[in-house]
Design a protein around this ligand. Structure first.
Ligand code: HEC
Ligand code: HEC
Length: 115
């Protein structure tokens, strides 16, 4: 084989390998600073449980990178939590704020104090 053929073979192997692995690197993260799809998935499972919803509550299941109304609201919620954790719950031994603290398994937190 000449060098050109070896090079082409090499390229085609790299290309097929990346097709099989599936390039799922998150491409539309504006708040979270995860780089792997594994971290994203773990976090997404957690917030779904905190709100008692399925992925499709926030996502277009054909393409999760597309923005939806619930994704936009959720981004604000994520920022709120980050701010609270950074500015208030930053002392030694502090607990961390999560969606659960307010939502407790519901997409709509109770806004009215029970009588
Ligand atoms: C309560 C809303 C909500 C639920 C429920 C939710 N997600 Fe998300 N998801 C988001 C938001 C918001 C982002 C974007 C975060 C950002 O901008 O940093 C996102 C981003 C993602 C991404 C990255 C997409 C890309 O390429 O940018 C994946 C993958 C994803 N979610 C998977 C899931 C899966 C799987 C589930 C169910 C287990 C799920 N999500 C449930 C709100 C949600
Ligand atoms: C400090 C309390 C608090 C925390 C923490 C919190 N939320 Fe919320 N969330 C609320 C309140 C209150 C509402 C209702 C707002 C309204 O009625 O306008 C709400 C509404 C929402 C909604 C819109 C529901 C609807 O009916 O349209 C989504 C989606 C949501 N939150 C997602 C999240 C996610 C995901 C997290 C964690 C990343 C989170 N929230 C953390 C208080 C909180």
């Amino acid at each position: 084989m000449n060098m050109k053929k070896v090079w082409l073979l090499f390229l085609s192997i790299v290309f097929s390998a990346s097709m099989i692995a599936g390039d799922k690197t998150p491409k539309n993260l504006k708040v979270l600073d995860f780089t792997s799809s594994k971290e994203v998935k773990k976090y997404m499972k957690m917030i779904s449980k905190d709100l008692g919803v399925k992925c499709k509550y926030c996502h277009d299941m054909n393409d999760k990178s597309l923005d939806t109304e619930h994704k936009e609201i959720t981004r604000l919620m994520m920022q709120m939590i980050q701010t609270q954790n950074d500015s208030v719950f930053n002392y030694e031994g502090a607990s961390q704020v999560s969606c659960w603290i307010c939502h407790r398994g519901s997409s709509e937190p109770e806004l009215v104090r029970p009588k």
